[in-house]
Write a protein that binds this ligand. Structure first.
Ligand SMILES: CC(C)(COP(=O)(O)OP(=O)(O)OC[C@H]1O[C@@H](n2cnc3c(N)ncnc32)[C@H](O)[C@@H]1OP(=O)(O)O)[C@@H](O)C(=O)NCCC(=O)NCCS
Length: 145
């Protein structure tokens, strides 16, 4: 059975490292703002084992004019558990949290490979791709409430 729970920043690192920072030191798994009181982390657990993570930051992007914006970051599902609907489950949990917090808009920088995953959940691409050094090509994506 799977369950989504709120977790600490530290608890996200094991999954972030394996999926998003493979072969890189654990320090690279810390994101600016991880420990802010306005940041919330979620973990998806199967039989007490963490298999996926996502984080929600209360960060506005200058690309949008909406007053209350949240940024989704660090979306990751362990490789052996991918393509089973867990990513969608985590994304839904993060999104529901944002709407409960009265978000007008959710945005994030999506890896090129994940764009169609987010499109399936109703997110839209804004503008052209851009490169994040060491990570790769990204697109800004968003959804309005
Ligand atoms: C992207 C990621 C979080 C998706 O999680 P997941 O558990 O594999 O995805 P799900 O099984 O919930 O997929 C939901 C839907 O999106 C589709 N999908 C998932 N990954 C996809 C991809 N990379 N490209 C296209 N479609 C994808 C699935 O086919 C599924 O569609 P369906 O419901 O029609 O079958 C996960 O694959 C992952 O951690 N990837 C590596 C890290 C990464 O890219 N993170 C995102 C950073 S922006």
């Amino acid at each position: 059975m799977q369950v989504v729970k709120k977790i600490t920043a530290l608890e996200t690192y094991i999954v972030r490292q394996e999926v998003l920072r493979k072969g890189k030191p654990i320090e690279t798994c810390h994101f600016n703002g991880d420990d802010a009181t306005t940041t919330t982390h979620f973990g998806l657990f199967e039989n007490e084992n963490i298999i996926g993570v996502v984080s929600v930051f209360k960060t506005n992007s200058l690309l949008f004019s909406e007053k209350t914006q949240f940024q989704i970051r660090g979306m990751a599902v362990l490789e052996n558990f991918q393509s089973k609907g867990y990513g969608e489950q985590l994304l839904k949990a993060a999104e529901n949290f944002c709407w409960q917090e009265k978000a007008h808009l959710i945005w994030f920088n999506a890896r090129e490979k994940a764009v169609s995953f987010y499109k399936k959940s109703g997110y839209t691409v804004l503008g052209d791709s851009f490169n994040i050094p060491d990570v790769g090509i990204h697109f800004v994506m968003f959804k309005k409430n």
